[in-house]
Design a protein around this ligand. Structure first.
Ligand code: TRP
Length: 336
């Protein structure tokens, strides 16, 4: 079989996936899986850096996330879905990489910096949390990943991983680790239904792939539009109007959408008409996903995860061997 470029992404299993994930990564993964050797990691170890006091929440969501993957069309024959905690080599690689990163370098990581501020750790930053970018470098390098299709907030992680790779290869005079690149342009971003920041589970402003028709409808009808669009005859704003952002992302008739935007901006088009259209569009998008999801047994989902983990385990193990070999940790009897 021809050798394909390895792509790897991951999700922390802290909740079910939503339309923001669909726009930001799932859609892209479905497109990539036939052209790349694609690994999709359920990052339960990384999730525990945040939820170590509530491991049940992480465990409960591993299969939920897997169900979301399969329901949107990620095909376990084409993509390797695996669970991070089942790959012990990742922890070993992390240990060796820790030597190659300084504390001040980790402190400068903008994503970690923002998370530290947001979590209000003060002086008590857990070491595991602080070092998760090093463990992410292990995730990326273990599979000889070349492409990491992630959003902007993850770019500092790829940068750090590449620094570790260069440092490792130089210090141990090897080329066993590969640098990786992001996949620019592939990643979209979806606003929350409240118009704030991005759709996210923790902000409670997302529409989930598993939401019922009633909940979807309720969320669509509560969407932020243009607060100054009071009477139907008033001209309305398209920019910053969440209903239009969602139509941009999910409504396929682009000519009709352009006409609706013109109509809305000049006045005479009510929010309710638009919301009803969006509701129809989203219902028909989500219905097959929800139905497929409901038909997946936990037994089957677990099987997929364990099969994927088996494969991932042997690939990562091989890289770990090369890494130990490069460092010179080789206690094979043949050497003595
Ligand atoms: N940090 C990523 C997130 O929060 C998840 C993740 C863990 C990841 N390891 C990875 C993404 C490796 C890409 C590559 O979404």
């Amino acid at each position: 079989m021809e050798k394909r470029v390895v792509a790897l992404t991951g999700d922390r299993p802290t909740g079910r996936l939503h339309l923001g994930h669909w726009v930001g990564s799932l859609k892209n993964r479905v497109e990539m899986q036939s052209a790349f050797d694609q690994y999709i990691m359920i990052a339960d170890v990384q999730a525990l850096t945040d939820y170590f006091e509530n491991p049940q929440k992480v465990m409960d969501n591993v299969l939920e996330v897997t169900a979301d993957y399969l329901a949107v069309g990620i095909d376990p024959e084409l993509s390797t879905i695996f669970i991070q905690s089942q790959i012990p080599s990742l922890s070993e690689l992390t240990t060796y990489y820790m030597n190659l990163v300084t504390v001040s370098r980790l402190e400068r990581n903008p994503t970690v910096k923002a998370e530290i501020a947001q979590k209000a750790f003060g002086e008590s930053i857990p070491c595991g949390f602080f070092c998760y970018p090093v463990s992410q470098a292990a995730d990326i390098t273990a599979f000889k990943t070349e492409v990491v299709p992630v959003g902007d907030d993850q770019l500092p992680m790829i940068e750090l991983s590449n620094e570790i790779v260069r440092r490792f290869n130089k210090v141990y005079n090897t080329d066993c680790l590969k640098v990786a690149r992001a996949k620019p342009g592939a990643i979209g971003r979806l606003v929350g239904i409240d118009g704030k920041a991005k759709a996210s589970k923790s902000l409670g402003n997302a529409i989930f792939l598993s939401d019922s028709p009633e909940v979807i409808r309720e969320k669509v009808y509560s969407m932020y539009t243009d607060p100054n669009h009071i009477r139907v005859s008033d001209p309305g704003k398209v920019e910053g109007n969440v209903v239009f952002s969602y139509l941009d992302a999910f409504y396929e008739d682009k000519d009709e959408l352009a006409a609706l935007k013109t109509h809305y901006s000049s006045g005479g088009l009510g929010d309710i008409v638009l919301k009803s259209l969006l509701d129809t569009v989203l219902q028909s998008r989500i219905q097959p996903i929800r139905e497929k999801r409901e038909n997946l047994s936990r037994k089957y989902l677990l099987e997929i995860c364990l099969q994927g983990s088996q494969k991932a385990k042997s690939v990562a193990q091989k890289t770990l061997q090369e890494v130990k070999e490069a460092i010179g940790i080789n206690f094979s009897p043949l050497k003595f």
